[in-house]
Design a protein around this ligand. Structure first.
Ligand code: HEM
Length: 408
């Protein structure tokens, strides 16, 4: 089968292991031959940068999933969670909740968190230095964002080990194909985490000043915009969303970033000889291996997509898969997009999305990346892969399950 035929037959519901391991060759043929592709289920898969940006910015693109999630989740906890989290809402509900959540991301809160991040990283690096052989993903990349979000939500030490699993189960339920068993586990995870947060919130209501440095719970409980607070359900479900939104994505950035440096030793040497490149390096890691590869929107009116001269109308009511990972390698925007250049400028990557739903944690995620990767490279002058790296098998998120290394 030639590339054009493969592009024509692409089906988002039938992606295989080869796609999960390396989606970029598929993205390329889709961009080249079928940039506005209709899947057999009627949904669309768009891969050009300009189209993905248009889908995020167009006022008639909806993020609301109240209708789409019903058949998949019924009316259970996963449904309540995903339809209450701000990312799956449209204005005016989205605007209201976003303003109230902004209390957690003020420059002051981020400044408070920076030394906390540094301390966590130094502690983790000390542990790794003793171990010498370890897994970058489980021993390092995942540990940082879990700790940070647990600090933000004030989750006590004894509950923290459960958070990664909650996040996996709740987010895993969003993949294009999910087993009944995993849906049931996702419902249970929302309930358990919700119950835990309920206890923590009740406590903080009684002792508003009792939070540790970096905790944002009181700001979310008592924050007020035009006389309104988050309702109890909005508060709990959006706290769960903060864990999900900021946990795997940031872990993927750190794991993917270190993996890219091991794959491109010239870039690692470049970063070592000029550590000030860490900022542009993080932007390049976000572009080259975007932690969130595929987003989604629904058209609420007919909208034209595709390159000039071969426009396609996506009709109102269509579900659209927005391939951020493909957009970030579009040669129309990026010079030599398949090449890693840690000094790349300009780099208008859209790994954090764009438009009214732009990632609220983008500054925090970037700072975590700068500190985690910058310090890792500085601390370990020699890093060697000692086993096979493996991507986890999820289409929407691009991240490693394991990256075994030795440092010496
Ligand atoms: C490298 C790390 C991260 C990446 C790549 C990332 C990516 C994204 C993307 C692509 C969106 C937009 C989704 C859409 O438009 O449908 C988003 C939204 C969001 N992210 Fe992140 N994220 C990261 C880290 C974080 C962190 C650390 C937090 C908070 C702790 C966070 C909180 C949020 C929130 C609250 C939204 C929803 C914004 C809205 O709907 O208005 N993210 N993120």
């Amino acid at each position: 089968m030639d590339d054009e035929q493969r592009a024509l037959e692409f089906n988002i519901k039938k992606i295989d292991q080869a796609f999960l391991d390396n989606p970029f060759p598929t993205y390329k043929i889709m961009r080249d031959y079928h940039p506005v592709h209709q899947n057999p289920d009627g949904s669309y898969f768009i891969t050009r940068y300009k189209d993905v940006v248009l889908s995020f910015k167009h006022p008639s693109m909806s993020s609301d999933k109240k209708i789409d999630f019903k058949p998949k989740f019924g009316e259970g906890p996963l449904y309540i969670h995903h339809t209450t989290s701000l990312v799956f809402n449209d204005p005016p509900a989205h605007t209201r909740v976003r303003k109230l959540l902004a209390e957690a991301f003020t420059p002051r809160k981020i400044m408070e968190l920076t030394p906390v991040i540094e301390k966590i990283i130094d502690r983790l690096l000390d542990r790794l230095a003793v171990k010498q052989t370890f897994d970058v993903v489980s021993d390092y990349a995942l540990a940082l964002p879990t700790e940070i979000i647990a600090d933000m939500l004030g989750v006590p030490e004894e509950h923290r080990h459960k958070l990664h699993n909650y996040s996996n189960l709740i987010l895993g339920a969003l993949d294009p194909v999910v087993s009944k068993e995993n849906i049931a586990k996702g419902h249970a995870a929302v309930t358990e985490f919700g119950d835990l947060l309920d206890v923590l919130i009740k406590e903080r209501r009684k002792t508003p000043e009792g939070g540790e440095v970096g905790e944002v719970l009181a700001a979310l409980i008592f924050g007020e915009v035009e006389g309104e607070h988050l309702s109890p359900t909005e508060l709990i479900q959006n706290c769960i969303f903060l864990l999900n939104a900021g946990h795997e994505t940031t872990a993927n950035l750190v794991g993917n970033g270190i993996s890219i440096l091991l794959d491109y030793p010239d870039q690692l040497d470049r970063l070592r000889s000029d550590p000030t490149l860490i900022k542009t390096a993080i932007e390049e890691f976000l572009r080259f291996q975007s932690p969130l590869q595929i987003g989604n929107r629904k058209a609420t009116e007919d909208i034209e997509f595709g390159p000039v001269g071969s426009k396609t109308i996506i009709p109102a009511g269509s579900f659209i898969h927005t391939a951020i990972g493909a957009a970030n390698r579009d040669p129309e925007i990026f010079v030599e997009p398949e090449k890693v250049d840690i000094g790349r400028k300009p780099n208008p990557q859209i790994a954090f999305g764009i438009g009214k739903h732009t990632c609220m944690g983008n500054t925090l995620g970037r700072i975590e990346g700068h500190i985690a990767i910058g310090k890792f490279v500085k601390r370990f002058p020699n890093i060697r892969l000692v086993g096979e790296k493996k991507y986890h098998g999820r289409a929407r998120f691009r991240g490693l399950e394991t990256l075994p290394v030795e440092v010496f």
